[in-house]
Design a protein. Structure first.
Length: 270
């Protein structure tokens, strides 16, 4: 389906006891089809691959004596198309939703070719959006700044692995994976889901927070153009959390998955 944009909103709902602070409102755009998760890997490394890399990179030569079965290589693959469309998607989102900044999160001082490509293309794309400021931050520093001053950031855009890392960090700042929704969006199709995966240890216990799944449905409605219905869900979630009467175990309460979902549904009905 070529769902190149993994979009992960991280917004604090006032009244959530798990909030790091209540003025956090940021969105991570993670490139979903390239980068270190491309799946181009070798172990053991074929002689032809080792020889080709050694011929074009002197830095590879120091591994020339490592036995093939003791060497593993994972390729970090970027394309201009992949970089440009994820960066442009981030700027378009910032423009539509009124965010004043887009921060490109990479590591170009060390991973010069791939991260460098992403940053260069971000600078090019930024010229088409004069009302939005482009910030550039190394991924390690970004983790520090998100913990220190998360309220300073709006839209973040990054490659596959780095985006995966910073979006999980950002999710924890607003309550954890129980509040983290995501959309995998392409030109023609989209899939919406909670950021979290399966949790077999909770199977049959009916205690997991359903808010992330409900907010994923809200994202789906937005994508389908059902903005009024999406807004009603957003407001319903905010009201239930602010009132604090119904809370799942992760929030310090004893409400079941169904009780939390029903409370939100009742608010959404109006």
């Amino acid at each position: 389906f070529d769902l190149f944009a993994n979009v992960r909103p991280c917004r604090a709902f006032p009244g959530n006891p798990l909030n790091f602070r209540e003025d956090i409102d940021l969105v991570v755009f993670r490139e979903n089809t390239e980068g270190l998760y491309s799946g181009v890997e070798f172990h053991p490394v074929p002689d032809e691959v080792r020889e080709a890399l050694s011929a074009y990179s002197s830095k590879m030569q120091r591994f020339s004596d490592v036995p093939a079965d003791e060497l593993a290589i994972s390729c970090r693959i970027f394309t201009r198309k992949g970089c440009e469309r994820i960066v442009r998607a981030a700027f378009e989102y910032a423009k539509k939703h009124g965010y004043p900044t887009v921060t490109v999160v990479e590591k170009p001082n060390v991973i010069r070719e791939t991260s460098g490509m992403m940053v260069r293309i971000a600078r090019e794309v930024a010229k088409d959006y004069p009302g939005i400021e482009l910030w550039e931050t190394n991924v390690d520093a970004m983790c520090m700044w998100l913990v220190k001053n998360p309220q300073d950031y709006g839209v973040l855009v990054s490659s596959n692995m780095f985006g995966d890392i910073i979006s999980d960090l950002a999710a924890q700042l607003v309550g954890g994976l129980g509040f983290a929704s995501s959309g995998n969006i392409g030109e023609d199709y989209a899939v919406f889901e909670p950021t979290h995966g399966s949790a077999p240890k909770y199977a049959g216990k009916y205690r997991v927070n359903p808010t992330a799944a409900i907010l994923a449905a809200k994202m789906m409605l937005d994508w389908l153009g059902e903005t009024e219905k999406a807004q009603r869900i957003q407001e319903a979630v905010a009201q239930v959390i602010a009132e604090g009467r119904v809370r799942t175990y992760d929030m310090g309460g004893d409400a079941s998955t169904l009780q939390m979902a029903e409370a939100i549904a009742e608010k959404a009905k109006g």
